[in-house]
Design a protein around this ligand. Structure first.
Ligand code: MN
Length: 422
């Protein structure tokens, strides 16, 4: 197994070894946003490497504040750049960066000196409901286990169009939303009392489709660039009251957090897994010709305000999903919907069979009925102001972590009143 010479890249708990090479966008005190890659304890400034003509293939767009241009160049270019960067960063590889001290000082920025930004100029955000155990648990809480799954669920990925304007990068505070809450005395207005997380996996669309164009599942896989951690913050009380008949609206529109690093399909290639057993045959346009699921462990940790340590509250895995990312994209495009470079597709909450693997507090507390004990003391049913939630995720390749570097958000109090002054 090849290793990188960059400091920190060989540590066993490092999210960013040579086998990973995730893309992001960062800025420093000296210079505004540009494209970078996480390696060891550093961000590699890809615009510096391009300026030194260490990367070939024309304008890769790494001096831009988003990865969109690079994503439009397609899989051949992505593979060539990945191979070139692997060579520059590997022990015993091309010494052009390793032995150029001045360039190394410029191009390797310590992670703690890099301010991370959204990695792409996001164009659309669609959230699905592709986790079977989550759909079953949610349906059981609302309708009972006999009618938990709606009749369409095993035939198509269910989704809704979310608000791309409120997708934020890890570290952005999440303000508790105001909204309508149903009570025994009728609807009331105020801060959500049932603020929740959703542990999800996001897929980033790289290649666009024309209006009216469709994609097979295999083609859809080629259109995807990579994956991010995604926390689809949810106000369950607002959702419960507003959700009929058109589904979530305000209850999901106040914030969705994603990790700053996009882990590429190429890095997760060894983590590919076959589809789960199907209840029924899928219609031909959703059938798969290869393994499109991935094995990525996901965790959520909750850190109350002032607490010394976070408590792990969720341990789950992307392999629990029922529909793969290219199935979500193929289904999305099949009506002729134009898909754009920078579209984000959320998987939906990912839950496994045991309570510890349920990917949101609504499931873990079973609709708000049970207290969830925190490892470090205290308990929760839903989130309190000042709580931080940190998602982590990683695949494993030859004992190395193909990690995402975390996705964090802290709950800020709701506005005190409605109006611009607040
Ligand atoms: Mn969701």
């Amino acid at each position: 197994m090849k290793q990188s010479w960059v400091a920190g890249a060989q540590a066993p708990d490092c999210d960013f070894p040579l086998a990973n090479l995730p893309y992001g966008v960062f800025s420093t005190a000296e210079r505004g946003p540009r494209c970078g890659m996480a390696i060891g304890d550093s961000v590699l400034d890809l615009s510096e490497l391009a300026a030194e003509e260490l990367l070939t293939g024309g304008d890769l767009g790494f001096d831009r504040p988003a990865l969109n241009h690079f994503m439009t160049l397609g899989a051949e270019t992505w593979a060539a750049v990945r191979a070139r960067l692997t060579d520059l960063l590997a022990e015993g590889g091309d010494p052009a960066l390793r032995e150029n001290v001045a360039l190394r000082d410029r191009a390797l920025v310590p992670l703690d000196k890099a301010q991370m930004h959204l990695p792409v100029d996001l164009r659309g955000y669609t959230d699905f409901y592709a986790g079977r155990q989550h759909a079953f648990n949610s349906g059981s809480i609302l309708r009972g286990p006999e009618n938990a799954l709606t009749p369409n669920w095993t035939h198509m990925p269910i989704g809704y169009n979310g608000r791309v304007s409120t997708v934020v990068v890890s570290g952005t505070p999440v303000r508790r939303p105001l909204g309508q809450l149903m009570s025994a005395d009728g609807p009331k207005f105020g801060p959500s009392q049932r603020l929740d997380i959703e542990v999800e996996f996001g897929a980033i669309v790289a290649l666009p489709t024309e209006l009216g164009q469709t994609l097979t599942v295999a083609e859809a896989w080629e259109h995807l660039f990579g994956f991010v951690l995604l926390n689809d913050w949810s106000a369950r009380d607002i959702q419960r009251w507003e959700g009929q008949p058109l589904g979530p609206f305000q209850s999901k529109a106040f914030a969705t957090s994603i990790s700053p690093w996009i882990v590429t399909r190429a890095a997760l290639e060894p983590c590919r897994r076959p589809a789960p057993k199907r209840d029924n045959d899928l219609l031909p346009y959703l059938q798969e010709d290869a393994d499109y699921f991935v094995d990525v462990k996901l965790e959520a940790h909750l850190k109350p305000e002032g607490a010394a340590k976070a408590s792990r509250i969720v341990q789950t895995n992307t392999a629990h999903l029922y529909y793969s990312a290219p199935q979500l994209l193929a289904h999305h495009a099949v009506c002729g919907c134009r898909m754009q470079t920078g579209d984000l597709l959320g998987s939906g909450t990912i839950s496994g069979p045991e309570r510890q693997s349920f990917g949101c507090l609504m499931e873990q507390s079973w609709g708000g009925r049970d207290q969830i004990a925190l490892e470090q003391g205290g308990s929760r049913i839903f989130l309190e102001d000042g709580d931080s939630v940190i998602l982590t995720g990683w695949g494993e390749v030859d004992g190395q972590r193909i990690g995402f570097g975390g996705c964090e958000g802290r709950i800020a109090p709701a506005p005190k009143a409605v109006g611009k002054a607040f």
